[in-house]
Design a binder for this molecule. Structure first.
Ligand SMILES: [Zn+2]
Length: 203
């Protein structure tokens, strides 16, 4: 029987069973890729994340928007046309003139509330893990999130659309697996790079 990739609850059709997109489907443009990743999820966990998904998408699209035509479209459509988001963005840039570094690359240092960002990234790793291994990461695992504000991506043309890169430029993922330690890399909009290490050795 399938279980929720987040809380492990057993899922029963027509009662608590839903599916969740990994990463959340709002990350993608309106004409979404046909092969988005989904995992089984209970109703309760699924509903918990709707607002934060959009907020993260908005942050990411603003930070990356000027550097990719396709991502810029998302930023303009979803974010900058909204007066509220435009004001939030302008006040951020006023308060933080170091929003981008000398090379024009986004700095992620100030922007995120780690209490919000970290669980959000960990959730994506849990989803990818479930998709790959058909099992959930145990409760005792310890997660560690890192940001890479200096990351400079390679030009798109040099990448093949192999596994983990098929949603480029919107989302890229990869994992280095060791016995009890997995090291996941997540890149959003080709410019926002994070890693999540998962220590499963703790019992
Ligand atoms: Zn759940």
């Amino acid at each position: 029987m399938k279980q929720c990739y987040l809380c492990g609850e057993k899922l029963i059709k027509n009662t608590n069973k839903t599916k969740d997109h990994v990463p959340p489907d709002c990350i993608f443009p309106q004409d979404k890729p046909p092969n988005l990743i989904t995992v089984p999820c209970c109703k309760r966990c699924n509903e918990k994340y709707e607002q934060i998904d959009e907020r993260m998408r908005n942050y990411f699209a603003i930070l990356a928007g000027d550097r990719s035509v396709r991502v810029g479209q998302i930023a303009r459509r979803e974010v900058l046309r909204s007066r509220k988001w435009r004001e939030i963005f302008l006040s951020f840039t006023k308060e933080h003139p170091t929003l981008v570094d000398n090379g024009g690359n986004p700095r992620l240092i100030f922007y995120f509330d780690d209490n919000e960002l970290n669980p959000w990234l960990i959730r994506i790793v849990k989803g990818l893990y479930y998709k790959l291994y058909q099992t959930i990461i145990g409760d005792t695992a310890i997660f560690k999130v890192e940001k890479y504000p200096q990351y400079i991506p390679q030009p798109s043309a040099t990448y093949q659309m192999e596994k983990g890169l098929e949603f480029r430029p919107y989302f890229v993922y990869g994992v280095l697996k060791e016995l009890n330690n997995d090291f996941w890399v997540l890149i959003f909009y080709d410019h926002l790079m994070f890693s999540v290490s998962v220590d499963k050795s703790v019992k």
